[in-house]
Design a protein around this ligand. Structure first.
Ligand SMILES: [Zn+2]
Length: 82
């Protein structure tokens, strides 16, 4: 069962489809794919192929982002407001 551990200890469960994560795609790529002549299923496949994913920790609000084509999640923590 694929899981992703936040540094705070929260465990994201990646085994559900769909899961609680977000899909990221560059606007240019989204536009290119959405205006292409592909059929709807092929468009969805192309959109997923062009996408990365973000998980937002419900406990500490850190973002864990795997960019397009990468299996590595980079963690970003929220800065404190001034
Ligand atoms: Zn966390």
């Amino acid at each position: 069962m694929p899981k992703l551990a936040c540094p705070c200890g929260y465990i994201h469960n990646l085994s559900q489809i769909p899961d609680a994560g977000w899909i990221t795609i560059r606007d240019e790529e989204f536009d290119s794919i959405s205006t292409s002549g592909l059929g709807s299923e092929e468009k969805i496949d192309a959109l997923y192929s062009a996408s990365g994913s973000i998980y937002v920790c419900p406990s500490c609000e850190r973002l864990m982002w795997a960019k397009k084509g990468s299996a590595e999640f980079v963690t970003y923590s929220r800065e404190q407001p001034n």
